[in-house]
Design a protein around this ligand. Structure first.
Ligand code: PLP
Length: 385
């Protein structure tokens, strides 16, 4: 291929290769156990895989409706009614998307205008900033201070201006595992009352909340839900991150705008997966089982490192455990994870990658969505440090 003669002005000049790609490549190069990227190394339930094959063989192989198969939208409507007491119309208020990332991008593209300000909380999931930048919006970051990573609501109040168009929230939170409380939701409701602010709630870890805590979905709170797009991911919930399928819920007028963008972006999502998921969702007990599975893995991880030099930070949800390594090294977090991968055979993500200003607080993130054997081997290596 010849090199292009074109002069290209990047729409995203700050964006390079993500740390997830870098660390996974380094893990592979050194044969390290990869606890960096956030995906399970165990398979989806056999029954779900069988349903996928069955759906394809039954002939569900052509375009699904633009908004998603009615049977799946109905199943989502029933789920949010049963779990959160929320009434969403499957016809007009729910759309099936190609994963949560697409739903987040679509909501931002549909609702953020050039010059609008969007508040998000740092450390922050990496897709929000570039999605807002592509619309000509301006990101404004509120801090989640370590080690509790709780929001500082007084700061959020100061950051809200007449130009604030959107607040993006993410509980349970990647990368910190922090879970917002009912008080957080009440404070947020008071802050946005009588404003024109849209909420974009990234709830992909909604079923991974531990120690008897409750997931405070925006869907539980009508005063929040009436101004919100709520996003979730089947990838996280059913160990199928590679299927790239999720959904968005919003009141009719917001969803109408969302669908205008969705229609010309992906138009429609993989049909057999939708059939399989609709059938699998009818099975009771999955969410409780998922919560118990990940709480068990979190406990194994924490117990194994309890008397190690790593300082375990709180982990109330998600499948991520953050640790401070100050007792082991004064290296920067990126240098530390690279050495951990090369010399000790375990890959992690430096938290500085989640801060727009690259702040390094000596904290790294491990993903514990791994089989018992993988975890045992990784923990054995980490205990030797
Ligand atoms: C906070 C958060 N939002 C969204 C996503 C993306 O979900 P999906 O794979 O369904 O696009 C992830 C995946 O890691 C995530 O951690």
């Amino acid at each position: 291929m010849p090199s292009t003669p074109l002069s290209i002005t990047s729409r995203l000049p700050q964006v390079g290769t993500t740390i997830f790609t870098v660390m996974s490549a380094l893990a592979q190069q050194h044969g390290a156990i990869n606890l960096s990227q956030g995906f399970p190394d165990f398979d989806a339930p056999a029954e779900l895989l069988a349903l996928l094959g069955e759906a394809a063989r039954e002939g569900h192989n052509q375009y699904a409706p633009m908004t998603g198969l009615p049977v799946l939208r109905e199943a989502i409507a029933q789920k949010v009614q049963a779990l959160y007491g929320a009434d969403y119309d499957a016809g007009e208020e729910i759309t099936v998307t190609a994963g949560a990332t697409q739903a987040l991008f679509t909501a931002i593209a549909a609702l953020v205008h050039p010059g609008d300000e969007v508040i998000a909380f740092a450390p922050v999931y990496d897709s929000y900033g570039p999605s807002v930048a592509l619309q000509g919006g301006r990101m404004v970051y509120a801090d989640l201070p370590a080690p509790s990573y709780r929001p500082d609501w007084a700061q959020v109040a100061r950051l809200i201006t007449p130009r604030t168009r959107m607040i993006i929230l993410n509980s349970p939170h990647n990368p910190t595992g922090a879970v917002w409380t009912a008080d957080d939701m009440a404070t947020l409701a008071a802050l946005v009352k009588d404003t024109n602010i849209v909420l974009l709630s990234d709830e992909v870890y909604e079923h991974m909340v531990f120690d008897g805590l409750r997931h405070e979905s925006v869907l539980r709170y009508p005063a929040l839900a009436e101004r919100a797009v709520v996003v979730s991911s089947f990838g996280k919930t059913y160990h199928i991150t590679g299927w790239k399928i999720g959904y968005a819920l919003a009141p009719k007028a917001l969803m109408a705008e969302f669908r205008k963008v969705h229609q010309f972006n992906v138009f429609t999502v993989h049909t057999p997966s939708q059939v399989a998921l609709a059938r699998f969702m009818a099975k009771p007990g999955w969410y409780e089982q998922l919560r118990a599975l990940y709480q068990g893995k979190r406990d194994i991880f924490r117990q194994a490192l309890a008397s190690s030099p790593f300082e375990l930070l709180p982990c109330q949800g998600t499948y991520f455990q953050c640790v401070r390594y100050v007792a082991l090294s004064d290296e920067g977090d990126q240098a530390f994870v690279e050495r951990l991968t090369r010399e000790h055979g375990v890959a992690a993500i430096p938290l500085s990658a989640f801060y727009p200003d690259g702040r390094d607080e000596g904290v790294i993130r491990f993903c514990f969505a791994k089989s018992a054997t993988t975890l045992e081997q990784a923990l054995e290596r980490l205990r030797r440090l």
